[in-house]
Design a protein around this ligand. Sequence first.
Ligand SMILES: [Zn+2]
Length: 170
Amino acid sequence: MQHGVERAQSNCQLIVQIAMRSLRIDKQAFCRAYAESAAVRHMVQVSNELLIEQVQQTAACHALHSAEQRLARWLLQCHDYAGDTTLDLTQDFVSEMLGVRRTTVSFIAHNLQAERLIQYRRGHVKVLDRQALENRSCECYALVAGCRTVRVKPLAVPPGDGRDADLASS
Ligand SMILES: [Zn+2]
């Protein structure tokens, strides 16, 4: 039996936005885990739902909110994923991610640094005052982060799915 993940062929190129440790898995091993584990299928479903919600919110964010609000939101999201207070980000890359000129990123980053919300030096951003950065962000950050918090918690193995124990021990 063929599952959706085996047939999936993406026409998108993926990029890693921030330097951090990550893991990868062989496609066949992933497909086997997906087929045999309800917990893995649940994680994939939740991940897809969160991605769609984030893409939709980001589209609205780009249309409605200021470059400063979007930069604050994006830094907070990077900070969440990296799990560290220092991010390796060039102004060119940030300007591309936000769809604004590099000079706009430079101006906003300079202001955020002057107010001690961040420290920005040669492609390294350190979040100094996370709460102040959240206050400076638009509501999009809290909406997406809230969805993630609510949906990721119930990732426990569904009752009666004994195959997950087999996967863990093999
Ligand atoms: Zn927004």
